[in-house]
Design a protein around this ligand. Structure first.
Ligand code: GLU
Length: 490
């Protein structure tokens, strides 16, 4: 039988990195095995599910390149793929469990349950359903039904035995059934609980392998008991390890951004994100770390997912991003920068000529670790008004002869008709030689004048990118400022 896997997010927020990692592992497992990747939306919590969050999940999955074979938008033979549209399926299977005596109606009100739970806790017992409606005598049950009391459907659990499975990641896992309680399958409003909907859908969608976070491991015995009660064969289970922050606690907002969208906004490439997520729990040979999605589709094996928690290391993501950026053909790198800046409403870059765009990206060079760096290191050329770093200026102010030198450089640049990297270099070096100073000295002053910073791309590129008029203006402005500012030594 060919592999069928699913990613089953609840649309109650952004797609988080943990969810994205689960989606990726499912996707890769399907691709590697020539199987089918299903997207199913678990939206039975009407109060918390939103269309915006659904759209955000689609967008993040699409951005990562994790296309699904069946699911919303693309359809498929096992739909509907939204749980909110499958209520009739849950009702049907709920009835069959009830008829078979494996489930029973429960008339306990929320207040009653809460009170009994509190009493259990007070007695030092673990809070669990006490089985009251399971032992109702048939006549009483009938009376309550006829009275039209709101009723939930509860699963009648076996009181002994074990639920055991051979987890692809964790090996043999066993739970004693007596530790579980008769959980609700259908609420009084007819909506299914997670465990029930999940089993019904996984069965009807012919899922062969359930790959999910190990925070679901305690649900698996409940689900196995449901498979057994319904007479269905359970899928294989693979519980992938949790993701921890660098301090060893579960990854959360405290550790910084946790949504895929936030990393996108910060200028990470989907290629790097995919590569990074793949390494959260999986390794190829313990050595190689750089992979494209296409390579992962060939190399990924669920059996190579470890059970140790994975550490979310942002520096590693940054490093991978730099690697993937560098691996892009230059034209593509330029295109990504343009697209990124456009998405942030900054049009200064894409309005320039392709040659200029390429020159800026080239000038930034390896400083481009995320797409945001194009913004940071390109600000001098992208923005009309120059922001001057105060520390850089303070240093410049104390240097001798800065005003006249910058004016002299401005004059050379203004007179340069060709205005190429070569002629600009000749202008500057020639002037330094005439002034009897090192070129580096003149470059240092010009850099602060032109970019406002002590660190920038190469100075000739800077001049070229700014163009003649802007360069001359900035050099003269800085000269005037220098001349007008009092110096400590003077
Ligand atoms: N909707 C569940 C979640 O987002 C799915 C769990 C599962 O994969 O079974 O955690």
């Amino acid at each position: 039988m060919s592999v069928r896997v699913r990613f089953a997010p609840s649309p109650t927020g952004h797609l988080h990195v943990g969810g994205a990692r689960t989606a990726l592992f499912n996707y890769l497992h399907a691709r590697r095995q020539g199987g089918v990747f299903v997207l199913r939306i678990e939206d039975t919590d009407a109060a918390r599910s939103t269309d915006e969050s659904l759209a955000a999940i689609f967008e993040s999955l699409e951005w990562l390149g994790l296309s699904w074979d069946e699911g919303p938008k693309v359809g498929g033979a096992h739909g509907p793929y939204l749980q909110s549209k499958r209520r009739d399926r849950y009702a049907l299977h709920g009835r069959s469990l009830e008829t078979a005596g494996r489930a029973y109606p429960c008339f306990c009100s929320a207040e009653d349950l809460e009170e009994r739970r509190r009493a259990q806790t007070a007695r030092g017992e673990p809070p669990r359903y006490d089985g009251r409606c399971r032992s109702l005598d048939p006549a009483e049950r009938q009376r309550q039904m006829e009275a039209g009391l709101p009723r939930a459907l509860r699963f009648a659990l076996p009181e002994s035995g074990e639920s055991v499975w051979d987890d692809v990641v964790r090996g043999r896992v066993a739970f004693r059934n007596e530790l579980l309680d008769d959980f609700v399958l259908l609420r009084s409003d007819g909506l299914p609980t997670y465990n029930f909907a999940c089993v019904v859908d996984d069965h009807e969608m012919e899922i062969t392998d359930v790959v999910r976070g190990d925070d679901h491991i305690s649900n698996t015995p409940r689900q196995l008991l449901l498979y057994e009660a319904l007479g269905w064969t359970p899928p294989r289970f693979a519980h992938v390890p949790m993701i921890l922050g660098q301090d060893g606690t579960r990854l959360s907002k405290r550790h910084g951004a946790t949504s895929v969208a936030a990393y996108r906004e910060r200028g990470f490439l989907p290629e790097a994100m995919v590569n990074f997520l793949a390494l959260l729990g999986w390794s190829y040979d313990g050595q190689r770390e750089l992979f494209s999605l296409a390579e992962l589709e060939q190399l990924f094996r669920l059996e190579r997912v470890g059970s140790n928690p994975a550490i979310f290391n942002v520096e590693k993501l940054e490093w991978l991003n730099g690697q993937h950026l560098r691996a892009l053909p230059e034209a593509e790198r330029v295109r990504r920068v343009a697209e990124f800046l456009r998405a942030r409403g900054e049009t200064g870059f894409e309005m320039r000529s392709p040659e200029w765009q390429q020159a800026l990206v080239r000038a930034i060079g390896d400083r481009l670790k995320t797409l945001t760096d194009a913004r940071t290191y390109g600000a001098f050329a992208l923005e009309e008004t120059l922001e001057v770093d105060e520390a850089a200026w303070a240093e410049l102010r104390e240097r001798p002869e800065v005003g006249p030198r910058l004016r002299a450089l401005a004059a050379r640049v203004a007179a340069d008709r060709e205005f190429t990297l070569e002629t600009l270099e000749r202008d500057l070096r020639g002037l330094a030689a005439e002034l009897g100073i090192k070129a580096g000295e003149l470059i240092g002053a010009a850099r602060v004048a032109l970019t406002g910073r002590k660190v920038s791309p190469g100075i000739f590129e800077v001049l070229w990118l700014l163009g003649r008029d802007r360069s001359v203006r900035r050099l003269e402005d800085a000269a005037a400022r220098w001349e007008a500012s009092p110096r400590a030594g003077v």
